[in-house]
Design a protein around this ligand. Structure first.
Ligand SMILES: NCc1[nH]cc(CCC(=O)O)c1CC(=O)O
Length: 323
């Protein structure tokens, strides 16, 4: 007899893909069965600019409520969309091995960032991406766009909307020269063929947690039993250390997923290195710093806080308009 568990997910193609992949991994040993529970979130039904949706966590909140109400046992989040404050009664039971952390340019006609013509129009909903695009190419016309991955890709000239992911979408098809999206999401959706350039973190530092998933549940789910054992097996220690450092930095800066802040931690030669960039929204000024710490849970959290202090001492709050 196998035990059954319920996995909650948002309705977007990306969310369903991520959730199904994690559920399959948890059930791979054969001792567990799963069912998928669809949860509708405010972020999926509201069409205003993301930065006006009332702060961070609009995507995560409904899933978290479903967990707390016992409507599902496990929820899979994109870690970069998850607010840094851990709610009472929920734990992150697993951070699976991280995918590609980079942002990716998807341009018409195979163009790269350097190859885009002067004044080209590039769409992104992220102040972090907008600021770094403007820093690299001050001539670009960076415009705010919304919608799911397929909708945004469909705005690029010469591309059809590649997946019908059921999300809200605005703007004419083909009105942009390029969009910037996370490589991880594109790859998970089988859309990496649209990438015309993977942007190096030296040009475009990713969002804290980008490319990582967080598997959240109630504490008792993670405490004992077959599901707890599978969750522990799915957790990837280097990923957890890296995202702990990145999110501890974000928490100390009191900034959310819409702030113009990039952060990326990596384990290099046994040490944990954290790099972070805070930009002015117009991209004219960037404060970029790095620090190295101990590759332990406490060391990672301390590293994030310490680098955040360095950034604040360098004027990060004024630069990014935080607080
Ligand atoms: N903010 C939306 C979002 N949240 C997670 C991903 C996918 C990539 C990831 O897991 O980091 C995306 C799409 C994107 O930014 O292009």
């Amino acid at each position: 007899m196998s035990t059954a568990f319920r996995v909650g997910t948002r309705g977007s193609a990306l969310a369903v893909t991520q959730t199904t992949t994690v559920a399959e991994a948890l059930a791979a040993s054969g001792s567990l069965r799963y069912s998928i529970v669809r949860v509708k979130t405010e972020g999926d039904v509201t069409s205003g600019p993301l930065s006006q949706l009332g702060g961070t966590g609009v995507f995560a909140a409904a899933l978290r409520h479903a967990l707390l109400r016992g409507e599902c046992d496990v929820a899979v989040h994109s870690l970069k969309d998850l607010p840094t404050a851990q709610p009472e009664g929920l734990v992150i039971a697993a951070t699976p091995a991280r995918a590609d952390v980079r942002d990716a340019l998807c341009a018409r006609d195979g163009l790269t960032l350097d190859g885009l013509p002067r004044g080209a129009t590039v769409g992104t909903g992220s102040p972090r991406r907008a600021a770094q695009l403007r820093a690299a190419r001050p001539d670009l016309n960076v415009v705010d766009i919304r919608g799911n991955v397929g909708t945004r890709l469909g705005r690029v000239a010469g591309k059809d909307r590649p997946v019908d992911d059921g999300g809200v979408g605005h703007g004419r098809a083909g009105d942009l020269d390029a969009v910037v999206l996370a490589a991880a999401g594109l790859r998970r959706l089988g859309l990496a063929g649209h990438v015309t350039e993977y942007l190096d973190p030296s040009v475009m530092l990713p969002a804290p947690g980008q490319g990582s998933l967080a598997v959240e549940c109630r504490p008792e789910t993670a405490a004992s039993g077959d599901l707890a054992a599978e969750l522990a097996r799915l957790d990837d220690a280097p990923t957890r250390l890296a995202v702990t450092a990145e999110r501890s930095l974000l928490a100390r800066l009191e900034a959310g997923c819409s702030a113009p802040i990039g952060a990326l931690a990596r384990i290099v030669d046994g040490a944990l290195t954290l790099e972070a960039a805070v930009c002015s929204p117009d991209g004219a000024r960037t404060l970029r710093l790095a620090r190295t710490g101990e590759p332990t849970a406490d060391g990672a959290a301390a590293l994030g806080r310490a680098l955040a202090e360095d950034l604040l001492a360098g004027g990060a709050a004024e630069l990014a308009g935080l607080g």
